[in-house]
Design a protein around this ligand. Sequence first.
Ligand code: ADP
Ligand code: ASP
Ligand code: MG
Length: 409
Amino acid sequence: MLVVQKFGGTSVANIERIRAVAERVVKTAREGHKVVVVVSAMAGETDKLIDLAHQLSRNPSEREMDLLLSSGERVTSALTAIAIEELGHKAMAFTGRQMGIITDTVHTKARIEKITADRAKRVLDEGYIVVVAGFQGITEGKNDVTTLGRGGSDLSAVAIASALDADLCEIYTDVDGVYTTDPNIVPGARKLEKISYEEMLELASLGAKVLQTRSVEFAMKYEVPVVVRSSFNDNPGTLVTKEDEDMEKVVVSGVAYDKNQAKITVLGVPDRPGIAAKLFKDIASAGVVVDMIVQNVGSDGRATDISFTVPKTESRKASKLTEEIAKELGAKGVTLKEDIAKISIVGVGMRTHSGVAAQMFETLAAHGINIMMISTSEVKVSCIIDSKYTELAVRVLHDGFELAAAGRK
Ligand code: ADP
Ligand code: ASP
Ligand code: MG
């Protein structure tokens, strides 16, 4: 069997942890499997590097940021290979470039285009454990280093598993699987034995950082079997796979939260055709991704307020830009609110059930939590609330939908 084993930041946080990783992968190899290891940077390292750059510049070049950030994963890949060799097994560390991970040129959030991995395949056949620095690739032609977005080592692992036609991609982290909600917020959250790609994709994109969104997208597209497990114990973990008959048919399967959004409101916009088109076209051309949008019609029928959310990292840029557009449009003003959170309930069972959204609103209302914005799809309902109620909202929704109790197989 060929297995890809990915270890996140806390799993390689120090020398002790790296030794434990080496022991685990050598054990797998000695059971007769080919092993490719993908590592993240040590916990906190990427944030530290970002902070160093920001001490020098408010707006550092993204090309240089990528070169800088990729260094964290280089360190852990080399250290992990050294630790494996020390246990008496052959190992070879590879950077993204040496692994032949080719991406597009969108620095800091590049997409993987192909993986050649010729040398890695050869040395795997020669009995080496291959250790790959996660989160990085290079552009074709210019060979510039790129990174794959925060949490991107998950994507490295899934994409490598797909390129090498691996039998399994194991994601080792600091929790022993995917839970009905973040177990660090709700201790009574329940571990799922299996979850469909689709539900996992919703949870990830709504903020459950246990898997990076793009890695789930990739796994779903190429049907890579993924298991989320803990590097701290031998518990079985959660299998992320195609939806099947065996999966429990619950209406709501999980609760997610995202504190990384900000809300911008344009006040008193003239109520006439073309206004929203102009506003959102200009924001999109600045490369800002807008998530939720709400437009209220003013009572006099002549002016309206438009609110929308953007990633917090881009909120300053987006609100400045919105102020310029607002002036052009003759709006009354622009406000920015950063202390918000998006709380979501997810479940493929919602497709065939009514009243789920109403139950969510009632539960929040019963605890005095005001809803600022709402968005729904077939398989999720999301509400924007004040960020100080995040933990409370997650807890009461988890209880309200009885997620701790339902017997998922
Ligand atoms: P790593 O550094 O290993 O990539 P992350 O911090 O990115 O780990 O992801 C693991 C964290 O995801 C957990 O510590 C947990 O707090 C969080 N998390 C959020 N939602 C969930 C969920 N539904 N199930 C499990 N973990 C979750
Ligand atoms: N080190 C990177 C980050 O912190 C990538 C990863 O951990 O997956 O985002
Ligand atoms: Mg992660």
